[in-house]
Design a protein around this ligand. Structure first.
Ligand code: SER
Length: 323
């Protein structure tokens, strides 16, 4: 088979997507492509691993050609909060990098390109409750603008160039393996670290800030299920809403308090990330994903919190022992 390549392999999602794809297709068939973020040793040891700078079109072209790549999961991206203070980097990775991957996909006649979008593709004018799949998209962040660019460009390459591009608007992703940084939804991961390490957490969003979220196993399932969906059923391509759970910091803190006695949260609002969060949906209507490729999440807030506390607890205890 032609190889599968994952950009952003060392990132929050990439670090769990690569092992999942390797399990499914065989380790030798899945290339982990990283750049600045150091790649975990187990990922490098378990299968092929390369460096790609997505901002360098030639390097992307060469990597796909030399490694006989047939499918790309393009996960590398500069996330929302970091992008706001690093415009140039955000533009070169999120816009130029995406364009380079699309062009390399055409030139190398890829079988499929997966381009994740985000709830950031919506903006302050978008209806916030049960945000429809088709609605007003006027994002107020650079990250969101780049995600709308990705959705539109992906659909353009489907229509005009016959490339099989698929993408979904991921909510905030909660996971224990790789800690996210530079995003707006990261509090929902950091709060678990705070709970386990110190029994407290200082949250940078207001307690009533409702956002759509998803646990990592559901995120991996959504990405892989969309990649494998019967193309003849798809009416959408690059812009599927995928819902799972939706909660506020206060609600998440309440659930964790029920499982970690004495846990407490204080709030010190960061205006940058609060402003971003306020411009994003509260929850998503994902009927299109359910109808076109049978999307259905497995975790709710309670089962996600149980699994997070268990796995993160084991991970942090292991790190303590290693010190
Ligand atoms: N998790 C991302 C962020 O907060 C949203 O896609 O930037």
């Amino acid at each position: 088979m032609r190889k599968i390549l994952v950009t952003g392999a060392a990132g929050q999602i990439g670090s769990e997507l690569v092992p999942a794809l390797r399990e499914r297709y065989g380790s030798g068939n899945v290339i982990a492509a990283g750049h600045r973020t150091p790649m975990p040793d187990d990922m490098r040891d378990a299968g092929p691993a390369i460096t790609i700078d997505v901002t360098d079109g030639e390097s992307v072209q060469r990597s796909l050609r030399d490694h006989d790549v047939g499918t790309v999961y393009h996960m590398s991206s500069v996330l929302s909060a970091f992008a706001e203070s690093n415009r140039q980097r955000a533009h070169s990775v999120n816009i130029d990098g995406l364009y380079n991957v699309l062009e390399a996909a055409v030139d190398n006649d890829l079988d499929q390109l997966i381009l994740p979008s985000s709830i950031a593709a919506f903006g302050p004018d978008t209806p916030q409750d049960e945000t429809p799949n088709e609605t007003l998209q006027r994002p107020a962040t650079l990250y969101g603008i780049s995600k709308v660019f990705g959705e539109l460009m992906g659909n353009y390459y489907v229509d005009k160039l016959g490339l099989d591009v698929r993408g979904l608007r991921l909510p905030g992703i909660i996971s224990w393996k790789t800690e996210p940084t530079a995003g707006t939804t990261d509090y929902a991961v950091a709060i678990f670290y705070g709970a386990i390490r110190e029994g407290r957490y200082i949250c940078y969003l207001r307690p009533d800030t409702r956002l759509p979220m998803m646990y990592m196993p559901d995120c991996i399932k959504a990405i892989v299920d969309l990649a494998h969906a019967d193309g003849s059923r798809l009416k959408h391509h690059t812009d599927f809403n995928v819902g799972a759970v939706s909660f506020t910091p206060a609600e998440l803190a309440g659930v964790i308090s029920g499982k970690v006695p004495g846990f407490s949260v204080d709030y010190e609002v960061d205006p940058l990330r609060q402003g971003i969060a306020d411009s994003w949906p509260n929850s998503l209507d994902d009927t299109a994903a359910r109808e076109e490729w049978d999307w259905s999440p497995s975790y709710d807030l309670n089962t996600m919190a149980d699994d997070m506390l268990e796995n993160l607890g084991v991970k942090l205890a292991g790190e303590n022992r290693a010190r």
